[in-house]
Design a protein around this ligand. Structure first.
Ligand SMILES: Cc1cc2nc3c(=O)[nH]c(=O)nc-3n(C[C@H](O)[C@H](O)[C@H](O)COP(=O)(O)O)c2cc1C
Length: 191
């Protein structure tokens, strides 16, 4: 077990979200090697500068989890070619200064290593992964140089609400996870 933490962020609040099921599939694999957590942000309010300060308690807690994570792994659905509104709302909160007297990108997101995957309709989340790269780049997060995996949900998945991964999907996802573990292993300092 490596003393590193991966925060998994799902861009859907839906109880049976396929992206959450994807995150759980990856979490079960990663938990053999590192600690992980799926971020719960369903109580996060809509961003509004009128309520930005004093910082809402839930925003403080999410920032702390973000700051303590060594890597963030996003699981994004695709909404009209882009990320979902709830994920954009979370990112907008995280992009803001921590106190009223500070300006610019906060330390919590600056240089934060990230990777991403997504499950969507026939577009395989290609558009939302591209969009997430643009937003995260504006926030100065750093995408790790590994292949991102987009999954086209099968008709059976939509009928049963259960994620139906093909063997090829599973292999591509596990390869992404293994590449991430290699990256993390290189972060470990040995005395
Ligand atoms: C508002 C909305 C817009 C969508 N737009 C797209 C799209 O542009 N491309 C696509 O492949 N799927 C699209 N979908 C399908 C979703 O990506 C798919 O239902 C996905 O499973 C939702 O994620 P979740 O199961 O994690 O909630 C859209 C779904 C919704 C609700």
């Amino acid at each position: 077990m490596i003393n590193k933490k991966i925060l998994l962020i799902v861009g859907s609040l839906r109880k049976d979200s396929f992206n959450k099921q994807l995150a759980i599939f990856i979490q079960e694999f990663l938990n053999q090697y590192v600690s992980t957590e799926i971020l719960d942000y369903k109580e996060l309010p809509l961003f509004n500068q009128d309520i930005e300060f004093p910082t809402p308690q839930i925003v403080k807690e999410i920032r702390e989890k973000f700051a303590l994570a060594d890597v963030i792994w996003f699981f994004t659905p695709e909404y009209n070619g882009h990320v979902s509104g709830v994920l954009k709302n979370l990112l907008d909160w995280l992009s803001r200064p921590i106190s009223q007297n500070e300006f610019g990108i906060p330390n919590t997101t600056f240089n934060k290593p990230i990777t991403m995957s997504g499950a969507a309709g026939k577009m395989k989340s290609i558009g939302s992964i591209k969009n997430l790269k643009e937003i995260s780049s504006a926030m100065k997060m750093i995408p790790i140089d590994i292949d991102e995996v987009g999954i086209a949900l099968s008709p059976e998945s939509f009928q049963t609400n259960k994620l139906n991964l093909t063997n090829d999907d599973k292999n591509r996802l596990l390869n992404q996870a293994k590449a991430l573990l290699s990256y993390i292993n290189n972060l470990v300092k040995y005395d």
